[in-house]
Design a protein around this ligand. Structure first.
Ligand code: FES
Length: 102
């Protein structure tokens, strides 16, 4: 059954930043693009880099290890959509970021 879990405060994630968090044993990358928060699987499919420790470039998060990019809303790699990370629904309640986990 899906599970809505508090993962961070909005103050932890300024516009244009990303953050690694753990929730229910899962690693997540939270990304703030122009005030919209997204949550993606934190593990880069290339070699396991932590996406939440990367950077935001346009509407993508850039992996800190070798620079692969993933669109924050779809999880797809623009250069090759065969590589994709899972995305999870986000809600903001007050100053709390919550993610729906499977
Ligand atoms: S591990 Fe992410 S680009 Fe290589």
């Amino acid at each position: 059954m899906p599970n809505l879990v508090a993962v961070a405060k909005t103050s932890d994630l300024p516009v244009g930043s990303c953050l690694s968090v753990e929730a229910e044993g899962m690693g997540l990358a939270l990304c703030n693009v122009n005030g919209t928060v997204s949550a993606l699987d934190n593990t880069c499919p290339h070699a396991g880099g932590p996406l939440g420790e990367g950077t935001i470039e346009g509407e993508c998060v850039v992996c800190p290890w070798h620079g692969w990019r993933y669109h924050v809303a779809t999880g797809e790699r623009p250069e090759n959509p065969d590589f994709k990370v899972e995305c999870f629904p986000v809600v903001i309640e007050g100053d709390v970021i919550k993610v729906t986990l499977p």
